[in-house]
Write a protein that binds this ligand. Structure first.
Ligand SMILES: NC(=O)c1ccc[n+]([C@@H]2O[C@H](COP(=O)([O-])OP(=O)(O)OC[C@H]3O[C@@H](n4cnc5c(N)ncnc54)[C@H](OP(=O)(O)O)[C@@H]3O)[C@@H](O)[C@H]2O)c1
Ligand SMILES: [Zn+2]
Length: 336
């Protein structure tokens, strides 16, 4: 029996534990991946704390996974041993429900999530279903590619699908794993880019990432500052602080959109007259196209800023992320 090391969560709220497990065998439509790197996303807190029903425990978290195809199931034709591949949040679809029949696999009624319903990438090996795997181009190292598989694809997709156009004022709220990639994408898409963060500490780093303006929300009223700059066409809300998001919405200009990508569950409060007056809106955004985000990152030479940790330091890395101290994505690198 061949063993692997993995970080698992036994039950909602339990600590991460380093365990030895049998290396799983891929079934007919599955691929065994020898994991090289896995990013730590704030979304992993859902598995850690049990914030959603239906999570399979014990669970191995991690949905920013890059590795090498080690073995393929009998029905897998698209992937070959030795190829470098990635897996994100979406872990599989049924091909049979109404959404799947119409090619809208992301909306599959029986959709599975990597690191919630299926074991994820905080491990030396993981199983993935063939339909969710993407190829990782050689321009990207594994540790740099991993954050694009969730943080990158979400922020890139949200900005690309927004109503902002070149020269428009785009605000990024929260400078963490998602936020720091969002800033770089926004700049390269030609937006006048402003970072909203707490305190002075991240000001210099924001300018290093290319931001044109920085607003310290601890020292000033973010909405008023955005209004002084002409009002935002888009506020991309990545910080899990909905009270702050509510307070920022008046900083939208005419036809402005607040795009919620943070997973916080608190109530959002916005003055109705403000929505009506300038035809402002608040919308949500989930996922985004991984391959498009990878291609844009390579084209524009955007790489994530990462802190690399060995697998056994996953708890420390997760804690650093949860307290907003990572600059800016923690990535686990497997030793093998
Ligand atoms: N929609 C999607 O598809 C999708 C995909 C991935 C993640 N998410 C969600 O997006 C959010 C951000 O994820 P992430 O991985 O970027 O997280 P992260 O690395 O922890 O960054 C979040 C940032 O928000 C700011 N923040 C403000 N108030 C905070 C608070 N009370 N607690 C913690 N941070 C606070 C911090 O930046 P400052 O210090 O600059 O304020 C922090 O760095 C999470 O809610 C995550 O679940 C959604
Ligand atoms: Zn994520």
């Amino acid at each position: 029996m061949k063993l692997m090391r993995a970080i698992q969560i036994k039950s909602p709220g339990a600590d991460f534990e380093l365990v030895q497990k049998e290396i799983p065998e891929p079934k007919n439509n599955e691929v065994l991946i020898k994991v090289e790197a896995c990013g730590i996303c704030h979304g992993d807190a859902i598995a850690k704390e049990g914030h959603m029903p239906g999570i399979k425990y014990p669970i191995i978290p991690g949905h920013e996974v890059v590795g090498i195809v080690d073995k393929t199931g009998s029905d897998v034709t698209a992937w070959k041993t030795g190829q470098r591949v990635g897996v994100g949040w979406h872990g599989g679809h049924c091909f049979q429900c109404h959404a799947c029949r119409n090619g809208n696999f992301g909306a599959c009624e029986k959709s599975l999530t990597t690191g919630l319903h299926l074991d994820g990438g905080y491990a030396e090996y993981m199983i993935a279903r063939h339909e969710v795997i993407v190829s990782i181009p050689e321009e990207l190292t594994s540790v740099n590619a991993a954050p694009i598989l969730c943080a990158g694809r979400t922020t890139f997709g949200a900005l690309k699908d927004s109503n902002a156009r070149g020269g428009d004022l785009v605000a990024i709220h929260g400078l963490g794993g998602l936020g720091h990639l969002a800033v770089q994408y926004a700049v390269k898409m030609g937006f006048k880019t402003v970072v909203l963060s707490r305190g002075k500490e991240k000001e210099k780093l924001s300018y290093r990432l290319g931001a044109h303006f920085y607003i310290d929300t601890d020292a000033s009223d973010g909405a008023k500052e955005l209004t002084k700059l002409g009002g935002a066409r888009v506020i991309l809300c990545t910080a899990p602080n909905i009270k702050e998001v509510s307070a920022l919405v008046p900083g939208l200009g005419r036809n402005g959109q607040a795009i919620i990508i943070t997973g916080a569950s608190d109530m959002l409060q916005v003055p109705a007259s403000l929505m009506l007056g300038g035809q402002r809106s608040v919308r949500g955004y989930v996922s985004g196209n991984i391959e498009e985000a990878i291609n844009f990152s390579i084209l524009t030479k955007i790489t994530p800023m990462i802190e690399v940790f060995p697998l056994e330091k996953a708890a420390e890395a997760f804690e650093k992320m949860m307290t907003a101290k990572v600059h800016f994505r923690a990535v686990l690198k497997m030793g093998h």
